[in-house]
Design a protein around this ligand. Sequence first.
Ligand SMILES: Nc1ncnc2c1ncn2[C@@H]1O[C@H](COP(=O)(O)OP(=O)(O)OP(=O)(O)O)[C@@H](O)[C@H]1O
Ligand SMILES: [Mg+2]
Length: 423
Amino acid sequence: MSKYIYGIDFGTTNSALSIYDEEKKEIISTITVPSLLYFHQEYTANEATNYVVGTHAIAAYLSDGMKGRFIKSIKQILSRSSFIETRIHNKRYNASDLVALILKDLKAKADEIIGLDCQKAIIGRPVFFDDDSAQKDTLAQTRLTKAAKIAGFHEVRFQFEPIGAAFAYEKTIQKKEKVLVADLGGGTTDFTFLILDPANAGNKDRRSDMIASGGIYIGGDSFDSAFMWEKGTPYFGKNTQYEATPGKVLTVPISLFANICSWDKMNFFNGLRIQKDLENYYHYSKRDRKFKNLMTLIDNNLGYSIFQSIEKTKIELSDLQSSRFTYEHMEIEIDEQVTRTQYDAVIEKDIKKISVYLDEFMLKNNIKPEDIDSLFLTGGTSLVGGIQDLFKTKFPHIPVNSGDNFTSVAKGLAYSGYLFEEN
Ligand SMILES: Nc1ncnc2c1ncn2[C@@H]1O[C@H](COP(=O)(O)OP(=O)(O)OP(=O)(O)O)[C@@H](O)[C@H]1O
Ligand SMILES: [Mg+2]
């Protein structure tokens, strides 16, 4: 029997795997990989050479002139019942098949480190995969279980991601604390309120320490979508007018622009079908210059590179008061200054939703600010200024802690081996 357990955080943006040595009772290594897949445009009979994972996916996509299939935020399709499968290279891939490719990559790298085939894993899951619909949630977990099996994991347990983050934090504290953990990722924001005590770390049953868990389907991707909507779409002809019939001027459908704000729509639903419509709008708008940019974006698969610019602007604004949103490619030219205040306005609705959700979460679970000894914030989105302000304003007297924003969940999952001992 292997003495290792893998803690796996399959994230919307980044995935991580921590290797736990059950004999030494410690984590011996942590690997991270961006949750990205790229299928080359050209393919061969050998499936393994037809796709690339993680940072290599970006490099291959760019060096192929963005012609193949680039897939981002795959975690979000786990709960979409409308997503059945996608055809790539004449092969059908369902959600589990796609997720399995990321898990397989992590497993292969970790197995190489330990020199063994480890089939035992604790896999994280958000508190809710989607807007609190039990049916979708079950679907997502079933698909994730299947993906783990395809990737070669035969002993699998699930743990809430924020509980994983909490266990990583528990390793750093000296005394018992009641902690509110917030894990703000690319897809979701999850909360858990629990009792942490270094003396209990590794105990068989921690169920009585968990006081409440909850989550909302908003994360860094939502901020990027809001930014695309507010600051990006005007460059792609939102509000373009066209002459539908002689003398009758209409505005092009707003849904076209909603589609370019969301990754999964851009990836899976933007087919050739709308090509004709776009050409017609373009023609009858008297060849609107900005509308042309929309066609260039869709025709040339530029979604990823635009979103990279959007993310770069966001990340810079985590440290600076002002940044530039720039993009220059194939006649599309964007160069606009964005201040922290303007960015705060773009994400205001999402921040408000997180705030309202947190208030409801506390009310529902009867948690008062004075019950909380400390806050632990993790996940990439916890670095956003507006998010930090939210917690400072809500809990001015409670100390805020943070750890490694991109690996704490995987580490804490790896510390959750007790799950294998419960019945
Ligand atoms: N310095 C930064 N400032 C602001 N946002 C950041 C920063 N670094 C990363 N992000 C954002 O954090 C998000 C990724 O965070 P993380 O890796 O924790 O998410 P994830 O675990 O993949 O997602 P989830 O937990 O929702 O499935 C992305 O939206 C990314 O743009
Ligand atoms: Mg995460």
